[in-house]
Design a protein around this ligand. Sequence first.
Ligand code: ADP
Ligand code: MG
Length: 317
Amino acid sequence: MSVSEFELIRRFFFDATTARDDVVLGIGDDCALLQVPPGQTLAVSIDTLVAGRHFRPDIAPDALGHKALAVNLSDLAAMGAKPAWATLALTLPDADLDWLGHFMRGFSTLAARFDVELVGGDTTRGPLSITIQVHGLLPDGQGLRRDGARAGDRVLVSGTLGEAALALRELQTGPAEAALLERLERPEPRVDLGILLRDWATAAIDVSDGLLSDLGHICDASGLGARIELARLPLTTRVKAQCSTGNWQLPLDGGDDYELVFTVASEQAVPFGKACAAAGHAAYVIGELVPTPGITLIHPDGRQSRGEAHGFDHFRR
Ligand code: ADP
Ligand code: MG
């Protein structure tokens, strides 16, 4: 079935999400017009997912719609911003209406949960690629930057690490276990935790490339190092089993977990733990920041080693 670009926009994007009061003008004009409330700062982030690079071409389209938005919302979470608006640039090999319907269902279901309105985008033909830009709101001066950590701060993580990477590993030789695939393809952006962290965290980042790589960004930006106790990493039994040989690659270097890694002043760690539990969020202390650069890993047997990041880098050879 052949449809025009305009028809696609009307059918799939125009009513994809519920309307927000701060959208003066949404899809349909040359620009969207959006109102940032006084006293609030706009947080903006963009991510592209390319077929074959960021996802396998046979991924279920609704999972892809979810993931494309989720990885962007995860960036807002890592900044402590409350999601508000999104734009969607889609490059499609053809106008597969069934595929697009499922893709947009995944996108819209997640957008509805966080009150995100789709306010514009671009639709072109070519190899499958999805670019989403998200816009979030933050009270002025409250963004969770990477450069705010201090020596002695505790390092925390919001959930288990390494399952997405384990799913990828399994996919190389056959199908992956359903629960693992869920972690890889339907990550849960830690938006509400990020908003809570505005009051507690000195720095935050989301784990997209791997714990060592992403914690390394906090260390570099803050001019510090870290000590991580491997025995304290929250791991599922599956991932733990993979680490029992002493190879911690999955939780340390596996990307795509989209948990938050953040730092809290040591004297705040206990009250933060209570506030966090009261709000229904998980958070695990895994180590602390130290004045000397570099990440030191403390192994369960007390041995120490240097943590080298091997996280994903598109341009490293
Ligand atoms: P223009 O030529 O002015 O860029 P387009 O024909 O590309 O306009 O788009 C028309 C309207 O539809 C615009 O408001 C644009 O933001 C919106 N739009 C186009 N593609 C998408 C998409 N994939 N998702 C959401 N909105 C879209
Ligand atoms: Mg356009």
